[in-house]
Design a binder for this molecule. Structure first.
Ligand code: F6P
Length: 317
């Protein structure tokens, strides 16, 4: 194997993974091309050479040095064929795709439909990649949200207010559940669980009568809009309620040690898998061991455990 390429989405820890891919490949005399701007760059043939030096000083940086973009165009066959042509013309013999479920489905497609040797690495704050306990970026995302929540609590308590805090998680309530439990929140709304807003408002109202003065409610963006929930609470309880939408601050920032370590291990492992002739694999860590899952697992939706966490959140309130 003489040349590989690496393509990414963004979240904390992705740069650590790029660094590991590049430095591992360099060690074995394999050239690395970075694909600029994700699948868009693959379609347009935007490659940049990466060597040992070009990944210096990035291990602690959030985002991706390769830049990225959403690329719905890649769903079209014509665009896929252009991408494959570019891979062949650049004499790329293996591709590492670092990203969430959308990017990894693209990787699976390249491996199965076009026979491109591809290894995926899960990286998304949503933690919604099937078969994967932890994706790169999750630990940082949860901790960033928790840090913000702790600050919000100061105001919630001081001013005796209700806060509705919206966290990321398009189809998955993982961040919301973790943050609600770790932050000692009163309620959490996630897409995986039906909720009764009337019942919740009633609880808040009755609690307030008994002297419970501040509430923090976490809402996963895929479950509801913080604004709608806050409006309903105000309408029913007439209590002062504020909203905070944490948004993209959860996806950026300096990666935690856990995300850097995962990036390093999975980046190194992905290159080794390609060198051993594997394709259509997902580099993963299970019980601290490196394992290669079939990339087709990403085609199924991930189910996360919600009920036991939810019960615990309510018990500890
Ligand atoms: O998939 C990761 C994620 O951060 C989701 O939590 C969020 O819904 C989405 O991406 C936001 O996408 P964009 O940055 O394209 O607006």
């Amino acid at each position: 194997m003489k040349r590989i390429a690496v393509l990414t989405r963004d979240c904390a820890g992705v740069n650590a993974a790029i660094r590991a891919v590049v430095r591992t490949a360099c060690l074995y005399g394999i050239e690395v091309l970075g694909v600029k701007r994700g699948y868009k760059g693959l379609i347009e043939g935007e490659f940049t050479p990466l060597d040992h030096r070009s990944v210096s000083g990035i291990v602690n940086k959030g985002g991706t040095i390769l830049k990225t973009t959403r690329c719905p165009e890649f769903l079209e066959k014509e665009a896929q064929k252009r991408a494959v042509r570019n891979i062949e013309e650049a004499r790329v013999e293996g591709l590492v795709v670092i990203g969430g479920d959308g990017s990894l489905r693209g990787a699976h497609l390249l491996a199965t439909r076009y026979n491109i040797p591809v290894v995926g690495i899960p990286a998304t704050i949503d933690n919604d990649v099937n078969g994967v306990d932890f994706a790169i970026g999750v630990d940082t995302g949860v901790n960033v949200a928790l840090d913000a929540l702790d600050k919000i609590r100061d105001t919630a308590t001081s001013l005796e207010r209700i806060f509705v805090v919206e966290v990321m998680g398009r189809d998955c309530g993982y961040i919301a559940i973790q943050v609600a439990l770790a932050g000692g929140c009163e309620e959490v709304l996630v897409p995986e669980r039906r909720f009764d807003i009337g019942k919740m408002c009633d609880e808040i109202f009755r609690g307030n009568v008994k002297g419970k003065i501040s509430w923090i409610i976490i809402v996963a963006e895929g479950a509801a809009k913080a604004e709608d929930i806050a409006n309903k609470i105000k309408e029913v309880t007439h209590l002062e309620t504020r909203i905070v939408v944490l948004g993209h601050i959860q996806r950026g920032g300096s990666p935690t040690a856990k995300d850097r370590v995962m990036g390093a291990r999975l980046g190194n492992f992905a290159v080794k898998l390609l060198m051993e002739g594997h394709s259509g694999k997902l580099a993963n860590i299970k019980n601290e061991e490196l394992v290669a899952l079939p990339l087709k697992v990403v085609e199924e939706a991930k189910q996360i455990e919600v009920e036991s966490y939810y019960r615990l959140i309510k018990i500890l309130t």
